[in-house]
Every structure is written in structure tokens, then in C-alpha cells.
Design a protein around this ligand. Structure first.
Ligand code: SAM
Ligand code: SF4
Length: 337
């Protein structure tokens, strides 16, 4: 699949639930939560069928996300279904990490991280905005820092390598500016990658204000004040939108995801998103979305479902609308970050 700008589309992010066991300030909308009714959420079989169609169209990389994907009941069954799709070569999970260390019932005491690894999951992205327990609880609405740290250890113990675990830190002025150096040192100790992410207007909450926005350039400057000049590592691209920089006199690389301030951010985009209720979105920062659940449930053939994908790819915008007064119409937990 090729979009109008010549990008080959090979990456699908699949949100499997809008539910979450945390309540991150920048992700959950402020108004009262109503979860999607069960029958609106695609079943594992429906999700896997859509992924199979995408795989025949050239999607080889998949990231399972949410909400918190590991809260969905019997989630390993979904990974079992995915493992039957031979052309999926790169399978990843985005998680808040709080459930990775927990033993999975019926799996001989193995942790969730071990069970995922046994099902061909290659990479795990774990959200971690702060190492301060009280701040973690304030930002995520839950006192889960110990579980999340245990989850990072469980992922390492399960055999995920240094480039296969990425910690994602969303930058917020006045909230975690003081955590940049502690997080860099933590990532070095754990031998995992760390990425700093600019706040994006993807939810309806007061937190997403200009006052709270901390640009990656400013974060980089304060890191340089501490360590000295960072050197760009342009050839280091372990899949994804981050630009990596190398710390002086160290092998450690730090990723920066500047969706708002990097004007070249969309240039190499190869991704589509599928929401848990069956909307295909060509871009996180655009209102466009196309329903694939209705044709799927009405008995569409694989060819007809393929056509939905091709229509979506043909409408992929050149770049996101975040800088154009974009107002979110849908919560991030439902889209799947
Ligand atoms: N629950 C999982 C997690 O926290 O990683 C997966 C879903 S979460 C929506 C995916 C990523 O989106 C997380 O790294 C989270 O920090 C990021 N995210 C959520 N809201 C965001 C926002 N307003 N701006 C930037 N990143 C955001
Ligand atoms: Fe949940 Fe992840 Fe959103 Fe936080 S960022 S509320 S953990 S889905």
C-alpha cells in the first residue's frame, strides 16, 4: 500500500480496548468516563481478521495498544491468533507496564512479560513519566510506580533486549522537568532506551495547555547543560518516529518525539491505526476515520475489506493537523497512542 506521497504503509497500530487501569492526566478526558459497550468492541477474531487482511496488503509491523491492552481479558489469546499470521515480522506492545510482572493464571507461574515473549512479541514500549512515586500517582491517577518498575525488570528478565524495551516519557512543564536526568540515569542502569515525547492535543483536558507544553528542544538543552552536547545519531532508527541523540562519552542514546515542533515529523510516516471499535484512521492528528466494523460484520469478503484499507491509505494526509487548531473529538485511550 502506498499513500499519495509515496510512503509505503507497512505498520498498523491496533487498539484492543478503550479501558485502562490508570488515568493519565493528558490522556483521559476530564468528563465522566463511559467505556464503550462490549458489543461495540471488536472481538479478537474480528481484530485478527482485519490484521490478516492488512498483512496481505504489506503490513508487516504491528503494535498492540489501548487503553491498557494488558487489561483486556484473556489477552494472550489475541497474541496466539496473531502468531498464526506468518508475514507479521515485527510485533510490539505499548503498555503502562503495571501488569508485566504479574503471573498469568494458567501459565505455570510465568509473568505476562514472559508470556508475551513466548508469543513472538519483539518490542515493549512502557510509559514512565517520573520516578517519583507521589508524582507518578498524581500523573497517572494510580499509585502503581512499584508495579511499573517491576514490570520493566520482568521484561528484561523475560529476555527483551536493550533496544527492545523503550521507556516513553511525556514531557510536561512544571511536572516532570526535574525528572529528565533521573530518567536518563535509570534507563542507563536498566540498559533500555528512553524517549521523551511532546504533549499532543489528543484528549479533552485542561492539562493540554500551552503552559504545560515543554518542547523537545528545551528538554534537550537542559540535558545538554548536565551532560554536554548531544550528538545526533541519524542512523539509529529502531522503528518509530523518534530522533535519537547520543550522550557524550557514553553509548546511551536518547530519543525525542517532537510531533508538535518537528516540522519534518510526518515525512517518514508509514502507519495506520485501528481503533478498538473498528475505525481505521490514517493519522492520529486528523479527524479522518473510516468504519471497517460495519462491512466486517455484514459479511464483507477479504477483497472488500482490502478495499477499505486502500481507500484509507489513499486519503492519508500529508501531515497531521495538530498545529492547525486541532480539537480532539475522540479520547486518546480509544484511538490508541
Ligand atoms: N496504556 C499504554 C501506555 O500508557 O503506554 C498504551 C496506550 S497510551 C495511549 C500510548 C502512549 O500515548 C503512551 O506512551 C502515552 O504516554 C502516550 N500519550 C497519551 N496521551 C498523550 C498526549 N496527550 N500527548 C502525548 N502522548 C500521549
Ligand atoms: Fe492509560 Fe496509557 Fe492513557 Fe495512561 S497513557 S491513561 S496508561 S492508556
Amino acid at each position: 500500500m502506498q499513500d499519495p506521497f509515496g510512503h509505503l504503509i507497512s505498520y498498523l497500530r491496533v487498539s484492543i480496548t478503550d479501558r485502562c487501569n490508570e488515568r493519565c492526566l493528558y490522556c483521559m478526558p476530564q468528563e465522566l468516563q463511559e467505556w464503550l459497550p462490549h458489543n461495540e468492541i471488536l472481538s479478537y477474531e474480528e481484530l485478527a481478521r482485519i490484521v490478516r487482511v492488512a498483512a496481505t496488503l504489506g503490513v508487516s509491523k504491528l503494535r498492540v495498544t489501548g487503553g491498557e491492552p494488558l487489561t483486556r481479558r484473556d489477552v494472550l489469546r489475541f497474541f496466539d491468533l496473531l502468531s498464526e499470521i506468518p508475514t507479521l515480522r515485527d510485533l510490539g506492545v505499548s503498555t503502562n507496564g503495571s501488569l508485566l510482572a504479574r503471573p498469568v493464571p494458567g501459565q505455570d507461574g510465568r509473568s505476562m512479560a514472559e508470556c508475551l515473549r513466548a508469543r513472538n512479541v519483539r518490542t515493549i514500549n512502557i510509559s514512565l513519566d517520573t520516578l517519583d512515586r507521589a508524582d507518578y500517582a498524581r500523573t497517572t491517577g494510580r499509585d502503581f510506580l512499584p508495579q511499573t518498575l517491576a514490570g520493566i525488570d520482568a521484561a528484561r528478565a523475560a529476555g527483551f533486549g536493550p533496544d527492545q524495551i523503550k521507556l516513553n516519557c511525556v514531557l510536561m512543564r512544571g511536572r516532570n522537568e526535574d525528572q529528565l536526568i533521573p530518567l536518563i540515569e535509570f534507563a542507563a542502569r536498566k540498559n533500555v532506551l528512553l524517549r521523551f515525547i511532546e504533549l499532543m492535543p489528543v484528549s479533552t483536558t485542561d492539562v493540554l495547555s500551552d503552559a504545560n507544553f515543554l518542547p523537545i528542544a528545551e528538554a534537550r538543552r537542559s540535558i545538554e547543560k548536565h551532560y554536554g552536547a548531544l550528538a545526533p545519531a541519524p542512523n539509529f532508527r529502531p522503528n518509530g518516529p523518534a530522533s535519537y541523540y547520543q550522550l557524550p562519552d557514553s553509548a546511551q542514546r536518547i530519543g525525542f518525539i517532537g510531533a508538535m515542533t518537528n516540522l519534518h515529523f510526518c515525512e517518514n510516516c508509514n502507519k495506520l491505526r485501528l481503533t478498538c471499535e473498528g475505525k481505521l484512521r490514517p493519522c492520529l492528528g486528523s479527524f479522518l476515520e473510516f468504519d471497517i466494523r460495519e462491512p466486517l460484520r455484514a459479511g464483507a469478503s477479504d477483497e472488500e475489506l482490502s478495499q477499505v484499507f486502500l481507500d484509507v491509505v489513499a486519503r492519508k494526509p500529508k501531515q497531521h493537523d495538530f498545529r492547525e487548531n486541532y480539537q480532539p473529538n475522540r479520547k486518546m485511550v480509544a484511538i490508541g497512542g
